[in-house]
Write a protein that binds this ligand. Structure first.
Ligand SMILES: Nc1ncnc2c1ncn2[C@@H]1O[C@@H]2COP(=O)(O)O[C@H]3[C@@H](O)[C@H](n4cnc5c(N)ncnc54)O[C@@H]3COP(=O)(O)O[C@H]2[C@H]1O
Ligand SMILES: Nc1ncnc2c1ncn2[C@@H]1O[C@@H]2COP(=O)(O)O[C@H]3[C@@H](O)[C@H](n4cnc5c(N)ncnc54)O[C@@H]3COP(=O)(O)O[C@H]2[C@H]1O
Lengths: 141, 141
């Protein structure tokens, strides 16, 4: 990747592969999802189904919105509500072969984008940080 | 800014000015900080002191880490602990006159950077999104 021109770089060259990505499953209760988010320190993570297909993403804000009631914090809802009920499945995804420009376009409004294969199985994530590091490299050459 | 070359753009050209930035004060309890974060939807926001000087940032993870005990969620701590006790004040800041390259360097490891004037008063924030939009523009010209 060192000597590739920016327009020859693909999303596959820059993504974090799936085994290094923290994620949750749609069947998990919000209690488990919140634990994964707080332990990993991430604002949001990918959501997969039991066959490892990409479904969407879940973040701290949507979970906290479920439990912050008017009068008090309704902690018990964390074990009642499943990820499936609040997952954000309106998230764009890319493939490994997508171009650098498609990756840049996608992260303008999203901190990360999920990468899937042609059958929809989860391959990894493309982060803003990866695009920015590449941008910095291209400014110095 | 339209017709400036990327190396002539300054952080002041790209920042979101302070009146549009959600923030909390160091004297606030974590309960108020969490409310601002959930209502605004942001992962983290700037922390200022009573004279509007920049102190640091606070995010959802550090607040949740305070209340997620081993056995249960210790909600009462939200009103006991102040922002001042958990603020992250190890955050770099820039000035309006800082260059585009200094801005790009700073956001590689931080989703946003605070902009302060020469006396340390809060001027605004530089976000990754602003840098990425400028990057995209520069790729098309
Ligand atoms: N443990 C850690 N060590 C060092 N730096 C850390 C870190 N956690 C967060 N950061 C820094 O903070 C940025 C924003 O993280 P956030 O969790 O809001 O947003 C993250 C998170 O939602 C997701 N993400 C990144 N890496 C992930 C992973 N391994 N597993 C799951 N989600 C990940 O992608 C978003 C953008 O990530 P990006 O790397 O561009 O940007 C990250 C990174 O620069
Ligand atoms: N209400 C909203 N409407 C539309 N898009 C939204 C949004 N809230 C978040 N986003 C999108 O999600 C990205 C990450 O937001 P996050 O809250 O983790 O991280 C944010 C947040 O911590 C902070 N931030 C951004 N704008 C802020 C503001 N007006 N006041 C306080 N903090 C702000 O700077 C970080 C990076 O912001 P950036 O714009 O690069 O990137 C934002 C933006 O692309």
């Amino acid at each position: 990747i060192q000597d590739k021109h920016i327009t020859d770089i693909s999303v596959g060259d820059l993504m974090i592969s799936s085994e290094k990505v923290a994620h949750v499953q749609i069947s998990n209760p919000l209690e488990h999802a919140l634990l994964v988010l707080v332990k990993s320190g991430y604002s949001a993570v990918p959501v997969l189904d039991s066959s490892y297909k990409f479904v969407g993403t879940i973040g701290k804000t949507v979970i906290l919105n479920q439990i912050l009631g008017l009068e008090r914090i309704e902690i018990e809802k964390l074990s009642d509500i499943l990820v499936q009920e609040v997952v954000d499945n309106n998230i764009p995804s890319l493939s490994r072969d997508s171009s650098f420009m498609e990756g840049l376009d996608a992260v303008i409004n999203h901190p990360f984008i999920c990468v899937v294969d042609k059958d929809g199985y989860f391959d990894g994530i493309l982060t803003r940080r990866a695009i920015l590091k590449q941008f910095k490299k291209s400014m110095y050459t």
